[in-house]
Design a protein around this ligand. Structure first.
Ligand SMILES: Nc1nc2c(ncn2[C@@H]2O[C@H](COP(=O)(O)OP(=O)(O)OP(=O)(O)O)[C@@H](O)[C@H]2O)c(=O)[nH]1
Ligand SMILES: [Mg+2]
Length: 477
């Protein structure tokens, strides 16, 4: 019986021998950014952390100090005193990695930090690989894989929304959603497996109607998580906004107005911007990458300008949103029609923005503005009129009407792929129920669904996968 339920039990199971990731040695790394700083922190984790630190430390005997305490002293090498430091002692299992950990705060000189790390190595520590501290935390059950990945996201997060999504996942929000789904499925899987043991007697322990309802609600919950990825992607990577239009329509002036600083050169000479300029802007907690481009005109013989125009088109193609800017006083219907067709063919989201609202317009131009679809936003970049409306519009295009960051938002493509597999296997289970397939086949589908769920939190994983995930961390994390 017991062998049958391996996938149903929420224990960590790693395929492959644990050759890559021994926990028995002690690792060391600089945990603060490399380079000069007021202080730099070097972290040791492993069974010999405290012994190694004690061997270099002059002051109290670190080996005899209680957990979660700080100690002032000096670090000594053969050449003499390296630095005056503070050592923090954490004892297993109550530490970040679940092992004995020592954090040494030194003065942040590159020379001192190198010397201290070399001394740790001399006393028996090994240089940590990228993400190895967090990997140890995962292997020791301090966090699951989704939470470990949230650590990397938390550190890389550049906006309020990215921070909030990572904190939610780090606190186990996403993991709890998955755990709940798993537990509900496991109950049914267990009953169906039990039926198989009594297969001669033709009994049904698992109520198929209830199971069907469960599969429907799991499908909805999974679909909602998959759908949240669009917003998750926006939150994690920001939104690329290319400002595109003919020369002299005011693209650089608009960039400056959105940023509220004189970043790009503005002049009345057509062709002022030669190369793309990229700047970031935070709107309502989302990071926007604004790209000012060279004005696009069809007939130019200037080779530098031609290269600039090629880059403008590239920026347009790579953008999540294109601001299609034109001069409201000079606009022509045919021009806008051409641009619109081009943007629609590219399949990129765009907004029409009519600039220079402060200049007089002909009745014809007014009529064109009124009939244009999608309706343009009328602004004056130079006198900063209606810029807020444009900001709001950009936010809505990226995040909808409000940024709902309360529930779980998927920000990771690995999680997305696993959830899409969960959806497929839920679909298989539902089809199986519809067509009354035998219990053993149903059990197979349920197991594959459970294994995809376990894939995200790392309950079922492989060394190769761990390698892939943690190699994207930086050293010392
Ligand atoms: N009246 C008026 N003039 C504007 C406005 N916005 C920009 N301009 C003027 O239009 C001219 C061109 O502005 P830029 O921002 O350099 O235009 P651009 O689209 O970046 O031009 P290129 O880089 O050459 O493609 C400058 O003289 C600006 O002062 C506006 O809202 N109203
Ligand atoms: Mg310009």
């Amino acid at each position: 019986m017991s062998g049958k339920f391996t996938l149903l039990q929420p224990n960590l199971f790693i395929f492959g021998a644990m050759t890559h990731y021994p926990l028995s040695d002690t690792i060391v790394a600089l945990s603060t950014p490399p380079g000069e700083g007021a202080i730099g922190v070097i972290r040791l984790s492993g069974p010999d952390s405290i012994t190694i630190a004690a061997a270099m430390f002059r002051g109290k005997d670190l080996g005899k100090q209680a957990a979660n305490t700080l100690h002032f002293g000096r670090l000594i090498s053969d050449e003499g005193v390296i630095d005056e430091v503070v050592a923090g002692i954490f004892r297993a299992p109550h530490s970040y990695t679940g092992q004995d950990v020592v954090e040494i705060s030194c003065h942040g000189s590159v020379y001192i930090l190198e010397q201290v790390i070399a001394l740790c190595v001399k006393h028996g520590a090994r240089m940590a690989r990228p993400g190895e501290f967090t990997l140890r935390a995962f292997l020791n059950g301090k966090m699951d894989l989704a939470q470990a990945e949230a650590v990397a996201d938390l550190i890389a997060g550049q906006s309020g929304a990215a921070h909030k999504a990572a904190m939610h996942n780090l606190a186990g929000g996403f993991s709890n959603d998955l755990k709940e789904m798993r537990e509900q499925l496991v109950q049914f899987a267990a009953l169906i497996e039990l039926e198989l043991d009594f297969s001669q007697e033709d009994v049904e322990f698992a109520d198929r109607t209830k199971f069907y309802t469960l599969i429907t609600s799991l499908t909805e919950a999974t679909q909602a998580l998959v759908d949240s990825f669009r917003l998750g992607n926006v939150i994690r990577n920001g939104v690329r906004v290319a400002i595109v239009g003919k020369p002299n329509v005011g693209k650089s002036t608009l960039l400056n107005a959105l940023l509220n600083e004189e970043r790009a050169i503005v002049s009345e000479i057509a062709g002022t911007t030669r190369d793309t300029i990229e700047e970031t802007l935070n709107i309502g907690g989302i990071l926007f990458r604004l790209i000012d481009t060279a004005g696009i005109r069809e007939h130019t013989t200037d080779t530098i300008e031609q290269k600039g125009i090629a880059r403008s088109r590239e920026a347009m193609q790579k953008a999540d949103v294109v601001i299609c800017l034109f001069d409201a006083s000079l606009v022509l219907q045919a021009e806008l029609d051409t641009v619109k067709t081009e943007l629609e063919e590219m399949g990129v989201q765009f907004v029409f923005v009519a600039n220079k609202a402060d200049l007089p317009r002909s009745g014809e131009a007014d009529a064109l503005l009124r009939s244009l679809q999608p309706a343009p936003i009328l602004i004056s970049a130079r006198s900063r009129e209606n810029i807020q409306q444009l900001r709001d519009q950009l936010f809505t295009l990226a995040a909808g009407n409000s940024l709902k960051t309360e529930g779980t938002i998927i920000t990771n493509t690995r999680h997305l792929a696993a959830l899409q597999n969960v959806l497929l296997s839920l679909h298989d289970i539902r089809t199986g129920l519809d067509t009354h397939i035998p219990g053993d086949l149903l059990a197979l589908d349920i197991r594959s669904c459970l294994s995809y769920l376990g894939d995200i939190t790392g309950e079922v994983t492989t060394e190769d996968k761990l390698d892939y995930i943690f190699s994207k961390f930086c050293i010392g994390k």
